[in-house]
Ligand binder design. Sequence first.
Ligand SMILES: Cc1ncc(COP(=O)(O)O)c(C=O)c1O
Length: 477
Amino acid sequence: MTEPPISHPAHSPLGNSGRSSVSGPSVNEARSALLKRAARDAMDYLEGAGARSVAPSAEAIRNLSALRGPLPPGPTNPEAVLHLLNEYGSPATMAKTGGRYFGFVTGDCLPAALAAAWLVSAWDQNAAHHAQSPVATQLEETAIDWVRDIFGLPIGTGGAVTTGATMANFSALAAARHALLQRSGWDVEAEGLFGAPPITVVVGEEVHQSVIKALGLLGLGRNRVVRVPVDGQGRMRADALPHLDSQTILCLQAGNVNTGAFDPAAALCSAARAAGAWIHVDGAFGLWAAASPEYRKHTKGFELADSWATDGHKWPNIGYDCGIALVREPAALRAAMSIKAAYLVHTEDRDPSNYNPELSRRARGVELWAGLRSLGRQGMASIVERTSAHARSFAAGLKAAGYDVLNEVVINQVLVSFGTPEKTHRTIARLQAEGTCWCGSTVWQGHTAMRISVSSWATTKDDVNRSLAAMLKAAEE
Ligand SMILES: Cc1ncc(COP(=O)(O)O)c(C=O)c1O
């Protein structure tokens, strides 16, 4: 890990394009040596991740100060830069790749997606336009189509690959805003919201904050929403739905971040469709349950919506970052996002910049394509089924030890209370410090709880057993 930097053409980062003029390796040779070392460091890191503490040590975090300081006046040899990163950066990571990271809703990175990410970085494509990267745009389009297919959405549904579900929610809701205001003859992209006819946005009490943030960014207001009461699992109550009309956006949730619960989509969507409302689904992880014949029942009815937001970096384990926005009528998304300029080359092909908030952007659709291609339908179903079974094992083990599991474990999320809020917090702190696994905390309908989100393809039964033992030990007084 601590080998000295190899020799490198002194000026190569600054533009020596061929063989070095005096002696020593060519730019290509030096770059290849650097990348081989990076690959070896990465492989060492991944192979060691399962053996180290999941959380970084306090010392590793302190040592990050070695990476601070003013920008050096002159260049640093790339080998030395990599050495610094691996020496001080790698130990200060959260080891989420080892199969025992259960924080937030965090997938791992599938080998094919990781390998694709390396290749994509070498390609360094700008996925703004087909003209700038035929491969990036085509793979992105294919991947979007595969996601549509897994979710059982209508043919013709279009979309965008985003950085995550927050931007997927934003993009889909921008399409909704466009479509609803167009119905009233208002061109929101041209005129903005000043003087526009009002839109009502209806959300469940348990809406994810990323939807609220997206609404704020869109000028629809974080506080202007109508909130519908939820049941004990966080599901929107269909009997409490307010008046809906064709100027309403109804935001549903497939997969509550705490409980994993799904809104009763069939009832809600039929009421909303009858009223002519736009239905948007935040399905950051839950919608992927549609891949599994066993779990598909939870996603029934969501296909009736107008737009959907999801994540590649959660359940499908595509690696950060990757989200997907899907819109039944892609013309609305295009109207919200399109960009034109004389110097931008437009062809008949689909240009991602006409569907995404960004112009220049990383070709993250390639990793999505690679990860899904490596999984196939069955592979995706197997991640859903395995991780959900692991979640049930956690719940059963914790219940058997006398602790309160606060949710119905319908998919991969478990909420457990170890007693008083203080005891639950103490247990979580001990568990995180002990390092076998990592779980975070939450407050669920007034109860302090530990969250266990089993989202990694790499988690094994042994990881579950070891983690469960660590949890029970941390909970001992
Ligand atoms: C239901 C739900 N929606 C949206 C998000 C936001 O996703 P991202 O962090 O990828 O933007 C999350 C993240 O956990 C989530 O669980």
